[in-house]
Design a protein around this ligand. Sequence first.
Ligand code: HEM
Length: 333
Amino acid sequence: MRDGGAEPTPGLPAHVRRFPFPFPHGQYMYSVNVEPAGRFRPTAAGGWGRRIVEVDDDYSQDLSVRRSILARDPSRAAETPHLRPSVWGALNFVLTELAGAYPDSMRYERSGTRCRWTNQLTGTGLFFTYGDDTTVPGGPLRFLSSQMQEDFALLHHREGALWLDAGVVTFASNWSLRFDVGLPFSEIHAPVPRVADLGVIERAEKFLIGLQPGEPYRRTNWSVSVDRRLDISTETYPEWGPHRASIAEDPALPDRLHLRVEVQHLIKVPSTGGLLFLIRTHLLSLRDLALVPVWRARFGEVLRGLPEDLVEYKGLARIRGPAADWLLGSGKD
Ligand code: HEM
């Protein structure tokens, strides 16, 4: 269904048309909002969702931002040596997906352990040996993060729980891979209000443990960013935190404040059984969002009705009022 049943607005820019607007109605509450991946999801502006790993116009820029973050702070990549087989499985899965989705610019050939990866967008032409870390630049974990815009984490099932064991996360939404790596799913979610009482985390973990290999699922999550800033991790809070307060008074709020939507994919990699969690972050300014009247009103309602504990957790205390006022039309332009 289109959100609100509206027909797409003609003449919208491409980044608006494909934006994964996450609100089916004007109230928001946490839930285990998972659905099978790969299905096109129409929206009031166009639609999204055909691909698991998606390349867009910001590909080169996002990868370059990731490179400099990793150079400055290597703790954004985390792994333990005994997990290498699982990392290789994830790399193989993602390269296969990319090559299938973008055959004009990417190609992946594999015969036994001999592999060849060509990516015209990054200028990569690489022969490598599957399982031999020395044959891919930086090792398989870093290399994987250099070919897709998505952040990723790898989780494994043991002792009745899912454990976060590895990943590269440079665009975290106010959390830190370094703090969370080595923790079980339930502890990772401990800071999130309500989810324990709602049973969301327990149900989600059961669902993920029971996932069938190769049957991808997806969900969305949302927050806000000031400016087109992807890295709002705990580590860089001093750089972005103060903007959350000052933006409330800023006449440029509709241009600077962005709805930040994560499209998250969950895949049990068939060759290894590792759970690959892909996080793709999309940003849309309120100004652009308002080009779609249904979205403008809907996000305004969501913000206005958001319970206080979620407002606090999402860091919206100063922002919610002015943003909702502007969206719902009572604010100044
Ligand atoms: C945050 C649910 C999978 C890591 C959250 C939040 C919810 C949630 C509701 C709060 C988001 C917000 O208000 O911004 C779920 C569900 C999942 C799932 C239903 C699967 C069906 C995962 C996986 C990971 C993960 C696989 C693995 C890394 C996190 C982290 C946070 C988070 C790090 C931020 C916690 C913090 O504030 O420190 N999740 N999640 N989630 N989730 Fe998940």
